[in-house]
Write a protein that binds this ligand. Structure first.
Ligand code: NBP
Length: 473
């Protein structure tokens, strides 16, 4: 018997993806550099379906039906190149290599192009949902050729999460499109998490609530428009008590958040594309600030308010509104980045379809994404989600509360970079005039960078060092 698909790299993600395939009745070849992982998978879960274990790459490749479908689930970066280098020479034209790791989309573009020369389809695929998702149904974002999707799509859609019967998997677009979208997904995830963290901080210090009480607030929010996996787990984490000290778990965890790189890539890429993603950037920077222990120690005694108290009874509702409005901004920025990447690389990404496949399986899964799907359905070419009826109305309705929360944070000395930047972005977009006019004037003064006028076509320069008359540039 031959395997329909094979997975090499059997750490948490690969092992669970292979089990998911087997559980759906697809015979799956399994291989890992260190064979003990393969052995333990078969020993522990061999009865869940048909596994074809292989000790060597040659054995692995020989056990696959043609055209071969080979999934790589190893550490992103050099290990992925090493594994491709090992397997590509054993493959034939028409075969498919799926990279399910968190690769940088630029690496995926490079690999796709090199393997295309050999006639091999390289399918950079974003997979979200962590190890549980991999086992029970992740959100899957495959890039690569349309031809490869015809052969792989049905298998991937079969093991993906389903929402209302629709699989959380679709062909994103050519070459690096899948990994690009996964990258932005993770960037949005950073922003979502940061906004939740700021909400917690405000409720804790401004409103003086205890973690268990805040858990209840999040539970309530999870029954409304904020319903999402991240809000749900926030309540769980906040309600948890540390067994060894009896203190709230959140109080015994060192307050330094780590990161693996996809959030940073989202921001770096946005800078390259010229897309303002302040919400995502502030989330990345907030983790960065938290990790600078020496800097924080040195600055701990700087003067400022004590963070405590002085808010009214409706404060939790105000924070809910600020959170929802700021979340809209973060998603609008992330989708803007996908739109810009799609245009830059000619991917023709269907933005509504991305919202659709993020509704289930992935970390940012939420009721909210149905709204985004609907917004793009109503107007696929919209320059921003913010002008969609629902989102514009929600932002409008949140106004007073949103501003009150940002002002309260500033007044009490509680850092709220996510809320603040979201509001600043909102106000920047709606401003009839921006002070960018002054910036451009300064640029013309010191560097003769020229400016355009509101009342005439063309580029102009003022002779600042001379008689200050205006010349056409
Ligand atoms: P890891 O990222 O921890 O990678 C471990 C795997 O890579 C092992 O199978 C290891 O083989 C293999 N490997 C390495 Br390291 N170097 C290799 C090399 N030179 N040649 C062959 N194999 C090599 O595993 P993971 O946490 O399961 O994640 C897999 C991928 O999925 C990553 O790209 C990750 O970013 C992505 N991802 C992870 C999650 C998550 O929640 N963990 C979610 C979404 C995506 P060995 O056993 O022989 O050492």
């Amino acid at each position: 018997q031959k395997a329909r698909i094979g997975v090499t790299g059997l750490a948490v993600m690969g092992r669970n993806l292979a089990r998911n395939l087997a559980r759906h009745g697809h015979p799956v070849a399994v291989h890992n550099r260190t064979p003990t992982r393969t052995k333990s998978l078969i020993e522990e879960f061999g009865d869940e379906g048909t596994f074809l274990p292989a000790d060597t790459p040659e054995q692995f490749v020989a056990s696959l039906e043609r055209p071969r479908r080979l999934v790589i689930m190893v550490k992103a970066g050099a290990p992925t190149d090493a594994v491709i280098g090992e397997f590509a020479p054993l493959l034939e034209p028409g075969d498919m290599i799926v990279d399910g790791g968190n690769a940088n989309f630029a690496d995926t573009r490079r690999r796709e192009s090199a393997l295309r020369e050999q006639g091999i389809h390289f399918v950079g695929t974003g997979i979200s949902g962590g190890e549980e998702g991999a086992l029970h149904g992740p959100s899957i974002m495959p890039g690569g050729s349309a031809e490869s999707y015809a052969a792989l799509g049905p298998l991937l859609e079969d093991i993906a999460a389903k929402v209302d019967g629709t699989p959380c998997c679709t062909h994103v677009g050519p070459d690096g499109a899948g990994h690009f979208v996964k990258m932005v997904h993770n960037g949005i995830e950073y922003a979502d998490m940061q906004l939740i963290a700021e909400s917690y901080d405000l409720l804790r210090h401004a409103a003086g609530l205890e973690p268990a009480e805040i858990a209840e607030v999040f539970r309530t929010w999870n029954e409304g428009r904020l319903e999402s996996y991240l809000i749900e787990i926030t309540a769980e984490v906040l309600a948890h008590t540390d067994a060894s000290t009896g203190r709230p778990f959140v109080d015994v965890v060192l307050d330094q958040a780590e990161q693996k790189g996809t959030g940073r890539w989202t921001v770096q890429t946005a800078l390259d594309l010229g897309v303002p993603v302040g919400g995502i950037a502030e989330a990345v920077f907030a983790r960065s600030v938290s990790g600078h222990a020496a800097l924080r120690d040195a600055a701990r005694n700087l003067p400022g308010p004590s963070r405590a108290g002085g808010v009214g009874s409706g404060f939790a509702d105000a924070v809910e509104k600020a959170l929802y409005a700021s979340k809209i901004i973060a998603y609008a920025q992330g989708f803007h980045e996908i739109q810009a990447g799609s245009a830059e690389y000619g991917w023709n990404i269907d933005l509504g379809a991305m919202a659709t496949i993020w509704r289930g399986g992935c970390i940012i899964r939420a009721r909210f994404l149905d709204r985004i799907r609907a917004a793009y359905e109503a107007d696929p070419e919209t320059p921003t989600l913010l002008t969609d009826d629902h989102f514009a109305e929600a932002a409008g309705e949140a106004q007073d509360a949103w501003r009150e929360v940002v002002a309260t944070a500033a007044r009490l000395g509680i850092p709220a970079p996510g809320f603040s930047t979201a509001l600043a972005y909102y106000d920047s977009l709606r401003a009839p005039r921006l002070p960018a006019a002054l910036t451009q004037g300064q640029r013309d003064y010191f560097g003769a960078h020229t400016y355009r006028r509101v009342d005439r076509e063309g580029s102009f320069h003022t002779l600042w060092g001379g008689d200050r008359s205006e010349v056409t540039a």
